[in-house]
Write a protein that binds this ligand. Structure first.
Ligand SMILES: *Cc1c(COP(=O)(O)O)cnc(C)c1O
Ligand SMILES: [Zn+2]
Length: 405
């Protein structure tokens, strides 16, 4: 097990705290896949409880006693017949990551990332966040007895996420700036050795997140979807999920790979722009803006990995408007009983748009990843809903109402 630069190929020891290669390239964790192949089988995996740690051999942890866990992963994969029918689709699923302990997929990354901090003997952890990373890191660092500092873009974090970060006891710092600026600042602190950085630039975090891909195969009885649709912000998750599928193929668990399809918001779509230019580099968006605050990111650090995932899987990248996001969020709640935050609904909105454009075939087996829980952003939900009716305690009025629903 080593850390390897995806750009120049330079290798680093698994315990080097570097985040990126000396050449500036992103790092990824590489395993001895022959060894994993010898150790695991579909049957042996199934003997363990579902969740991130079911896939232990694929995770960069040496000392199992150090694991910091809140029983993350094992989230439902819902077959969505109602929404599927509405859209004319044969086989639609939603992988609902909002069911994680702090309500987003970030928990999968944090269980591995904070465990790594524990193995390294580091006491102070930190991150920049649009909200969910801070909520998750605050929880896992509390569980591990570590100090935690989180930098947030002031005034742009959904209420539920802010409440979580504060309540788990993190030192919460709001900057008068956006996420990209917050990340730049906290990266400098990490370079000076002031804290262990747990943004998705940290390759250990992505190792936890790749288990979304493992679980989807597992829950589909080892069938592989034709397409995975993921909302894209800092672009770590789509990269991680792709790595998961590739590793399952490499170790003989599956034979096919899905088309990775990334969805961004119209006001924050540097990766979509790069894809439409058929380019491998992005032009950062200066002032990203969208209702989907979790993907309000103009300069995604993981873009090289994400573009590679999209290109090499034959996938696609598309953007959706805030209105399309809100409509999709409502539709998913009303057709399937699944309440997700706006960023998550971007995957559904993207699906609808790509169907209309003829990019997605109605016969495909499709999994949309809904990344965070709807309760994270109550303001967005209330703004998009009809007000409650207020009445006197009068049965006649109540009866007239029930007649009209
Ligand atoms: C973090 C997050 C995203 C974006 O994931 P990236 O790995 O940054 O692309 C999307 N949706 C939600 C709810 C998130 O919390
Ligand atoms: Zn390098």
């Amino acid at each position: 097990m080593i850390q390897k630069c995806i750009f120049c190929g330079k290798e680093y020891h698994i315990d080097d705290i570097i985040y990126t290669c000396r050449c500036g390239g992103l790092l990824e964790i590489v395993y001895d896949y022959e060894e994993i192949k010898d150790k695991v089988s579909k049957e042996s995996l199934r003997k363990r409880e579902i969740g991130v740690w079911r896939y232990l051999e694929y995770l960069p942890v040496e000392n199992l006693e150090k694991i910091v866990s809140l029983q993350e992963g094992g989230t439902p994969l819902y077959r969505c017949k109602n929404l599927g029918e509405e859209l004319g689709l044969k086989e639609l699923y939603v992988k609902n990551e909002g069911a994680n302990p702090t309500g987003s997929f970030k928990d999968r990354g944090m269980t591995v990332g904070v465990t790594k901090a524990e193995e390294l003997g580091i006491d102070v952890v930190g991150c920049a966040s649009t909200g969910n990373t801070s909520a998750s890191l605050a929880a896992y660092s509390a569980r591990a007895g570590k100090k935690c500092i989180v930098l947030l873009p002031g005034g742009k974090v959904a209420l539920g996420k802010l409440a979580q970060a504060m309540f788990y006891g993190a030192k919460v710092v709001q900057i008068r700036g956006n996420f990209d600026e917050a990340l730049e600042m906290v990266r400098k602190l990490a370079e000076d050795g002031k804290l262990y950085l747990l943004n998705s630039i940290n390759p250990f975090r992505l190792e936890g997140q790749k288990t979304i891909g493992f679980e989807i195969c597992d829950q589909l009885n080892w069938k592989v979807p034709d397409r995975i649709i993921v909302p894209v912000g800092n672009a770590g998750n789509i990269s991680a999920i792709w790595k998961g599928f590739k590793e399952f193929k490499e170790t003989g668990i599956i034979e096919d790979l899905p088309k990775m399809t990334g969805i961004q918001a119209e006001g924050a779509k540097p990766i979509v722009d790069a894809f439409k230019r058929n380019s491998r580099s992005i032009v950062p968006v200066e002032n990203p803006e969208t209702i989907a605050t979790a993907i309000r990111i103009g300069n995604p650090v993981n873009y090289p990995k994400a573009l590679d995932a999209i290109y090499s899987s034959g996938g696609y990248a598309e953007s959706v408007s805030d209105r399309e996001i809100t409509e999709a969020q409502k539709l998913l709640a009303r057709k399937e009983g699944i309440f997700v935050e706006p960023a998550s609904a971007a995957s559904i909105a993207g699906l609808m748009k790509l169907l209309e454009m003829g990019i997605i075939d109605k016969d495909e087996r499709i999994v949309c990843v809904t990344t965070g829980n709807g309760l994270k952003d109550p303001d967005a939900a209330i703004r998009a809903s009809e007000r409650p009716i207020e009445i006197e305690c009068d049965m006649e009025i109540l009866k007239s109402i029930i007649e009209k629903i």
